[in-house]
Design a protein around this ligand. Sequence first.
Ligand code: PEP
Ligand code: MN
Length: 440
Amino acid sequence: MDLDTWRALPAAQQPDWPDRGELDKVVAELGGLPPLVFAGECDQLKEQLAAVARGEAFVLQGGDCAETFSGATADNVRQKLKTLLQMAIVLTYAGRVPVVKIGRVAGQFAKPRSKGTETRGGVELPAYRGDMVNGFDFTPEARRPDPWRLLKAYHSSAVTLNLARAFTKGGYADLRQVHAWNQDFVGESPAGRRYEQLAREIDQALAFMRACGADPEEFHTVEFYSSHEALILDYDQALTRIDSRTGLPYDVSAHMVWIGERTRQLDGAHVEFFSKIRNPIGVKLGPTTTPEEALALIDKLNPGNEAGRLTFITRMGASKIREHLPALVKEVTATGARVAWICDPMHGNTFEAPSGHKTRRVDDVLDEVAGFFEVHRSLGTHPGGIHIEFTGDDVTECVGGGHEIGETDLATRYETACDPRLNRSQSLDLAFRVAELYRG
Ligand code: PEP
Ligand code: MN
């Protein structure tokens, strides 16, 4: 299998590495390092996503817009997982379907940018492209792309994934414990009080099972998967290995990888590279996507019509989803294509506050998810999941939500390295609201 065919095609959003020789050294070193995930695990996730495509499961995918090397700490990863697991329980109960848990973690270190440079106070420097490429500080040294950062991204991913595996397999993810955290949220926060009824029902279900003596293994550990936007193709190719079981190539830097809105050109390098790997993959679809483009992506990326292989992650914006999504879903469904549909209610809803902070309104996020459910319900298709940017900390990056963060509060705790994330309480609020939508 020739994995180099993408090199002959235009590759959008690649860094301008100052020294190709250094890049080659890094790529050679990455090529000799152990896989971060196993091909068999990727297949397992693909099976679960096949259930999503059939309407039998729901995806919860989320994490930072951009992970940072300094953010790979035990506290940080634990808080994020805790929030994700809390959301997942609420969705599992409300939807009565398995929730496939996928982090935007352990590899989400590269960012596409709409502008190649950033200007501050009359000084123009290369834009920050994620810790995998350059530094966040606004200095010429930091902003210079450094290929050795790819290696650091690998090690940082390994550390994060190790923590995630330990937390999800080592007892921390116990269902009753996670439910108890949700009860704290419901009891303590103004946003949570609306959900007393739902939390009580979950409590009763757990009490019933306890009384029956049911204590299955599934209550104590969870399956958790990693994902990132595979943007820097030299990195993802260097971590692609031939699976000894099947002889097929898998990108073993993450279980699932996706193509972003800015790199999904049909004749571009990213689509070509993704057509060669066997992982479950996603493609972001923005409001300008035509049904023809979506169908051509299916032809190229999933010619065998394998369920679970391809997920479309729509990110239309709250004001556009009801208008743009129906034609896509209708035409794709009419061809018999097996895809999973999930909703990214973040990236179509970004705006700049008067303070200059990039932000999003929680109400817009909720409205896009509501629109996503409405469209799928009216077409008889399955609203297969949500893809969000969130953190387990009490940051002030998105406005609205239970604690009513206003535009003037954004500076209080604005810590993202890229896009604004839902904080812990906004994320839990979202989970309960999606649960309400699920119940109809
Ligand atoms: C992202 O997921 O952070 C991102 C850049 O999304 P999109 O490609 O949809 O703009
Ligand atoms: Mn983002």
